[in-house]
Design a binder for this molecule. Structure first.
Ligand code: PRP
Ligand code: GUN
Length: 174
């Protein structure tokens, strides 16, 4: 990272929060049949950390969704680039994503998966940006509420890069 970047949430704060979320989810899902559905690409790092803090027998599957392309605003059109092919009727689904911003992605995917008759569908995101909401949706679990900043790092991209940065940061000149 260079001097034009400012850390918004440090890797230490993220690690503490992920551990806390893992403990809450462990408790809430102890009598359920948990299937984590991770929305790529942005959630790959959060999912990898979160599922290791869930102390249960958990199945993990992935879908790839896209609505931003290289832009800083949602196109409003969510594309399922790679679908989930498993039969999910016996499972309690927890959709895991890095961020809820406009809400378009999470709302669309929750409705999309509900049509396949799972036992339950809930959402878990590390970041919630409520000021930018375009549709009505509240994540069931979230790590941090953040203001209207376009952030990167910890899985979130800027252009096609920066997903590997350990902290969550903003470019100060953007
Ligand atoms: O609430 P929304 O406005 O829909 O924004 C949230 C979505 O935007 C990002 O995905 P993106 O479409 O950029 O694809 P990516 O996962 O490949 O980064 C992010 O990973 C979420 O999935
Ligand atoms: N990288 C990145 N992707 C997003 N998708 C929705 N909001 C954001 C954001 O603030 N940063």
């Amino acid at each position: 990272m260079d001097e034009k970047c400012k850390v918004v949430i440090s890797k230490e704060e993220i690690a503490d929060k992920v551990k806390e979320l893992g403990q809450i989810i462990t408790n809430d899902y102890k009598d359920k049949n948990l299937l984590v559905v991770s929305l790529l690409k942005g959630s790959f790092i959060f999912t990898a950390d979160l599922v290791r803090k869930i102390n249960l027998r958990v199945r993990v599957e992935f879908m790839t969704t896209s609505s931003y392309g290289s832009q800083e605003y949602s196109s409003g059109k969510v594309r399922v680039v790679n679908d989930l092919h498993a039969n999910i009727e016996d499972y309690d689904i927890l959709i895991v994503d890095d961020i809820v911003d406009s809400g378009n992605t999470m709302k669309f995917i929750m409705e999309y998966l509900r049509k396949r008759n799972p036992k339950s569908v809930k959402s878990c995101v590390l970041l919630d940006k409520p000021e930018r909401r375009e549709v009505e949706i509240e994540p069931d679990y979230y790590g941090f509420r953040i203001p209207d900043l376009f952030i990167a790092g910890y899985g979130l991209n800027y252009g096609d890069y920066y997903r590997n940065v350990e902290d969550i940061f903003v470019f100060e000149d953007k």
